[in-house]
Design a protein around this ligand. Structure first.
Ligand code: BG6
Ligand code: MG
Length: 218
């Protein structure tokens, strides 16, 4: 039986994906690299420095480590200007109702995010009180598609991977869930999130009853 839900943050609970994209695109422009929305799918769920590596790959460029770290810093500074303006209104549709329903049912809730800004974003959007555990970019050594972030989440909640459902909008994140032997609800387009057990466009249709249905697939 399902005892816990593990949520990715960016693109599942809040629409920060647009801010990440905006900041990376501007940085890519300064490097003379044309970075499109299509390319951006590859950045979802992966770490900050890995994101820059992918952008440089797209542009056929390489840079010394030191300069890469400076650019990551620059991107994050710009990103944080948008984060500072965030309010609970930027929580994606269906999220709060679903979190409340899980709480009422005694199903545990954890965050499994690659972001080092996760805590700050949960605070700004007032989502923090819903979480029983938070595993984010500061706690993992292996980024998605490695399952580390979700396995640590399950461990923190005291449940097995088979008792977990992961909610993910990123290809790398869905892979991480499946690599961890967990059920996965993809949030986005079925054509993109092909490995997910089921795909929803957002969390508006999610309920404890739907989780119980999903359980049959596990
Ligand atoms: C993930 C995003 O949640 O966090 C990625 O999907 C991002 O796009 C990653 O690169 C790291 O985020 P941050 O906030 O530490 O730069
Ligand atoms: Mg995401």
């Amino acid at each position: 039986t399902i005892k816990a839900c593990l949520f990715d943050l960016d693109g599942v609970l809040v629409d920060t994906a647009v801010y990440h994209f905006k900041a990376w695109r501007r940085l890519a422009q300064t490097l003379g690299i044309d970075f499109t929305e299509h390319d951006n799918e590859r950045l979802k769920g992966v770490s900050r420095v890995r994101s820059l590596e992918i952008i440089l790959e797209i542009g056929g460029q390489t840079l010394p480590q030191e300069q890469m770290l400076a650019l990551c810093e620059q991107k994050n500074t710009e990103y944080l200007l948008d984060v500072a303006q965030m309010t609970p209104e930027e929580i994606l549709p269906g999220v709060v109702d679903f979190l409340k329903a899980l709480k009422a049912e005694g199903i545990k809730i954890a965050l499994g995010s690659a972001s080092k800004n996760a805590q700050l974003i949960l605070e700004r959007t007032q989502l923090l009180p819903y979480f029983d555990a938070i595993i984010d970019g500061r706690h993992v050594t292996n980024g998605k598609p490695d399952p580390e972030v979700f396995l640590k989440g399950a461990e923190a909640l005291g449940v097995t991977p088979q008792e977990c459902v992961v909610f993910e909008d990123a290809v790398a994140g869905v892979e991480a869930a499946k690599n961890g032997d967990m059920l996965c609800v993809g949030v986005g387009q079925p054509e993109v999130l092909t490995q997910a057990d089921v795909v929803e466009k957002d969390l508006t249709q999610m309920s404890v009853a739907r989780l119980r249905e999903l359980e049959q697939k596990g």
